[in-house]
Design a protein around this ligand. Structure first.
Ligand code: FES
Length: 494
């Protein structure tokens, strides 16, 4: 029987994004049936996929590790208990498959004997045909039992991958993701850029209830929330406290847009304050384990600390980045918050109040294949969040990031952008130096960069963050040259 794989798993095994595989399906190079591809077909297209440490199996993880700068590898192995349960689940499936095969074998042997018996009673041509049929059955059986089919490298890798990472499908959205290591269903979804419903993330509120439609889960953390007997019987569980033991299908509520996420007030702590340049500070906050900020990539939050007061800043990290919240804050004499920060009033572990999320500068169409991001100076903060979200979703076939620096050191974190560009196929990074130029000239340079790298604008989705005069001009010109107005999203960052 052909070994079929879903697209997410297939992409992971050969070390490409799901979007890259979808492109090969659309071009007719790879056959697909109901969202599944065959292992043999995949191996034909990617003959170098191998089961070794430098092979494709590791590549996607490495790309994300380099791209996000996270220590993903440390967290990829499941706990002993989870691994034992997954092995047990595999052994059970293997035993089931063997029992099934045994039944089919007996059935075929019995069928052969009956045909032979009927041939003994028959006459003439019918007798000869029945003998021929019985001999054909015997021959095929001998081939199957004698040689067997050795699984290809993709099949072996698929079995290994399913031990360290379970595949999850959400209904009704059809979103898919992997849960690695000792992550819960909720943590896996957040790291994949999906907006699963949740509240406390520590097993007390019940907002993360999901129904396990198929597959096995295991409790990872004790929880206070009491599931009723009827809920337990129907497969309801808490996504924040359970991990998958096998591949699972979940019925789950997801936020569809900013309007589905409530406002929250959280007391976070300063994890680090770093100078990205003489005039830009990177503020890294961490929320409590039991009280993460729910938000969409690209949104903002109001930050407050005494005596600086409160101000709104775009969040520079992605919801997929665990409890970490990053902000890029520029020196600005009119900002009390920035002045106090640059004066060193805030230090490591100091409390900062976070209120949010705010705004609707979010990825609008997650199925968009061509994405262009424009970031002017600290407009890179919300754009960085969106880029990381787009990378986590793995839907875009092509991403172009154009950064305009109008102030000295405006291309801060340039190494990160270059790392994205080097590690990911079809990721283009274009830095533009706009210091001393007019808004018109800078808008012109941005538009030329976009138009020069996309064949047409009709299918492009543009996300731009920067000063209003530049955004106005870029929007006017791109929309005048064929970019649909609904495919231009913007947020003003002065
Ligand atoms: S998020 Fe509150 S119980 Fe899971």
């Amino acid at each position: 029987m052909p070994h079929a794989l879903n697209l997410s798993r297939a992409a992971r095994l050969v070390g490409v994004t799901r979007a890259a595989l979808q492109a090969r399906i659309r071009s007719g190079e790879l056959a697909s049936m109901d969202g599944m591809v065959e292992a043999d077909e995949l191996l034909r297209l990617y003959p170098d996929a191998r089961l070794d440490v430098d092979g494709a199996f590791e590549r996607v993880t490495e790309i994300k590790e380099r791209a996000f700068g996270k220590r993903v590898r440390e967290r990829t192995l499941p706990s002993q208990e989870l691994l034992a349960e997954r092995l047990f689940e595999h052994a059970r499936e293997l035993a089931d498959t063997r029992a099934h095969l045994q039944k089919y074998h007996l059935l075929v042997v019995d069928l052969g004997e009956r045909i032979r018996a009927l041939a003994g009673d028959g006459e003439g041509a019918l007798r000869a045909q029945m003998r021929e049929l019985a001999d054909t059955l015997d021959r095929h059986l001998a081939v199957i039992l004698g040689e067997g089919e050795s699984p290809n490298a993709i099949e072996i890798m698929d079995d290994m991958l399913s031990l360290v990472a379970s595949h999850v499908v959400l209904r009704p959205s059809g979103h898919e993701y992997f849960v690695q290591g000792a992550d819960t269903l909720l943590e896996g979804a957040l790291k994949a850029g999906l907006a699963l419903n949740y509240g406390c993330s520590s097993g007390t509120c019940g907002l993360c209830k999901v129904r396990v439609a198929s597959g096995q889960v295991r409790r990872m953390h004790p929880h206070d929330y009491v599931l009723s007997e009827a809920e337990k019987r129907s497969g309801v569980t808490l996504a924040c406290s359970y991990a998958p033991v096998s591949d699972v299908v979940l019925e789950a509520l997801e936020a569809l847009g900013p309007q589905d996420i409530p406002e929250q007030t959280i007391s976070a702590r300063v994890r680090a304050i770093e100078r990205a340049s003489a005039d830009i500070v990177l503020l890294h906050l961490q929320t409590p384990r039991s009280n993460r900020l729910r938000f969409f990539a690209g949104q903002s939050a109001v930050l407050g600390f005494h005596p600086a007061g409160s101000e709104e800043f775009p969040i520079a990290s992605c919801p997929c980045d665990d409890r970490n919240l990053h902000f890029h804050i520029a020196r600005d004499p009119s900002s009390s918050f920035a002045e106090h920060l640059f004066a060193g009033v805030l230090g490591r572990n100091d409390p900062v109040t976070v209120f949010g999320p705010i705004g609707d500068f979010v990825l609008r169409d997650e199925a968009a294949r061509q994405l262009a991001f424009i970031a002017c100076d600290t407009g890179f903060a919300p754009v960085k969040s969106l880029v990381e979200h787009a990378l986590a979703l793995e839907n875009a076939e092509r991403i172009c990031l154009v950064r305009l620096a109008t102030r000295p050191d405006g291309h801060y974190l340039g190494n990160l952008c270059r790392a994205w560009s080097e590690a990911l196929d079809d990721f283009l990074y274009l830095p533009i130096d706009g210091a001393g130029r007019s808004a018109q000239e800078n808008a012109d340079a941005l538009c030329r960069a976009i138009e020069g790298n996309f064949a047409g604008l009709a299918a492009l989705h543009v996300y731009a963050a920067g000063p209003q005069p530049i955004l106005d001009e870029v929007q006017r010109r791109l929309c005048g040259r064929g970019l649909p107005a609904t495919q231009f999203a913007r947020t003003v960052c002065e």
